[in-house]
Design a protein around this ligand. Structure first.
Ligand code: SF4
Length: 461
């Protein structure tokens, strides 16, 4: 199939190039896809050996060992011993696929559950993640995973086939969630809704080839070359570019299966055509939902700087790039470095670029003066995290250092921005239990008279 989209580098978290469907041309397929990472997953013992053989031959391929739930009625003790032995192989990066399949039901439910528990035990002992197949069995699989999964090595719900509520349950367990070609099918709105709610740092993508070719090539033999069609749909659903989607799922693949640590923290990073500036990791809040201390990653960009960059370092990192806008933010409060953001903004305005400030709205409180007049002419849009309809709720979920003054200072700041700057937007991360989002919206639109945006924490822009 012809495509005009430039294909970025992808990681296919679940392929079966070890399947007989590829027997005639697997090496041609491998040659065509050598820049992508591919995990070939076993469904029985011969296919596990086939996956290992491919991984030994191709450095961009990895293998998983296990016996599919459809095959476990014939499983033997010797098979488990083989899986456990293969688990020690350096190119085996996961155990699976295992799980429960009540859709095809080729094995008794009790046999499937017993096999799943054995695989989870092997995964725990090998300290490797587990690849879970689940069809029409979510209610049964969840308690088993809760009991048996190793929280450190974790795992992935492959070819996710449930809705958003189940996706959130899986994420609560620490699982990654992987979407296959069926997310592109016209009737699969439930899957697209699920794909929307998975946090960026838990999202994976897969072909499950030779099955489930995405919509434009539906019915053909699937292969990792078609992953881009699934990625296009996921990117559109999540409001990011194809490059953003490829980067974050590749990083997640490397983290889950290869134990990769982030290479280095980024001072500036691109999402869509906006260039974000990682101004600081310091903040005057400690919001319940903020990942800045334990996982400072956004859309696959690692922001865990060991020190704050100077204005000169930021400007050098921006270089000659000309994005749609430069966003002063970071996993911290940029107005804590007011002089730095002003210096950067002055330079960006000289270049004719749009500047946005993402803030918790406490800048005037923190700098002990009304700072909004200083931002006029430098900042085109200010985006303020409101998050709560009143001080008590704000203090409960955002834990500001100054509990008495933070919320009223935020409201006063928003009003000053509304009056002095071209555009002011306030946002709330939600839904959050116990927070009346309708009341937050009313406060924004009716009292502050500014635009309101409800967003998930990892929704950027
Ligand atoms: S205000 Fe933003 S950066 Fe600060 S703790 Fe809250 S979410 Fe994190």
């Amino acid at each position: 199939m012809e495509s005009s989209v430039r294909v970025p580098r992808f990681a296919d978290s679940h392929a079966h190039l070890n399947n007989p469907d590829f027997a005639a041309d697997v090496h041609e397929v491998a040659a065509r896809l050598k820049e992508h990472l591919i995990l070939n997953v076993a469904y029985d013992i011969p296919s596990a050996r086939g996956a290992v053989a491919l991984a030994e031959r191709y450095s961009n391929m990895y293998a998983a060992a296990g016996v599919h739930p459809n095959e476990v009625s014939k499983i033997t003790e010797a098979d488990y011993e083989t899986v456990a032995a293969l688990a020690r192989h350096e190119r085996i990066v996961a155990i699976g696929e295992t799980g429960l399949d009540y859709f095809r039901h080729r094995a008794e439910a009790d046999d499937q559950k017993a096999a799943l528990r054995r695989h989870l035990k092997i995964a725990r002992e090998a300290k490797k993640p587990v690849i879970i197949h689940c069809r029409d069995a979510f209610a049964d699989i969840l308690p088993i995973l809760k009991e048996e999964i190793d929280p450190i090595s974790g795992g992935v719900m492959h070819c996710f086939s449930e809705g958003p509520r189940e996706a959130e349950e899986a994420v609560k367990l620490g699982m990654y969630v992987s979407f296959a070609g069926n997310v592109t099918y016209p009737k699969a709105q439930n899957l697209r809704d699920a794909a929307k709610v998975v946090p960026a740092e838990k999202l994976l993508i897969e072909t499950d080839c030779p099955y489930l070719a995405p919509q434009p090539v539906r019915g053909k033999r699937n292969d990792p070359g078609y992953l881009v069609e699934t990625a296009k749909v996921l990117a559109a659903v999540r409001g990011v570019t194809l490059e953003d989607l490829a980067r974050l799922t590749l990083n997640n693949f490397q983290k889950l299966f290869l134990g990769a640590k982030p290479a280095r923290a980024e001072i500036v990073y691109q999402i869509r055509n906006s260039l974000y500036v990682n101004v600081t990791r310091d903040c005057s809040n400690m919001c319940d939902f903020c990942p800045r201390l334990d996982n400072p990653t956004v859309q696959g960009h690692y922001l865990g700087t060991s020190r704050d960059p100077s204005a000169a370092e930021i400007i050098a990192a921006i270089g000659a790039q000309r994005p749609d806008e430069v966003v002063l933010c970071g996993f911290g409060e940029p107005t804590m470095r007011l002089e730095v953001i002003k210096e950067v903004a002055v330079e960006m305005k000289k270049r004719g670029l749009k500047v946005r400030l993402n803030t918790n709205g406490q800048g005037s409180l923190l700098n002990k003066r009304d700072i909004v007049p200083e931002l006029a002419g430098l900042v085109d849009t200010v985006s303020i995290s409101l998050n709560a309809p009143d001080r008590e709720t704000y203090n409960r979920i955002c834990h500001p250092n100054d509990k008495q003054h933070a919320f009223p200072a935020l409201l006063a700041f928003a009003e000053r921005c509304r009056d002095l700057l071209p555009e002011t937007v306030v946002s709330a991360v939600g839904p959050v239990e116990g927070v009346d989002m309708e009341a937050v919206r009313r406060l924004a639109e009716e009292t502050l008279r500014v635009k309101f945006r409800l967003r998930r924490l990892d929704q950027v822009g």
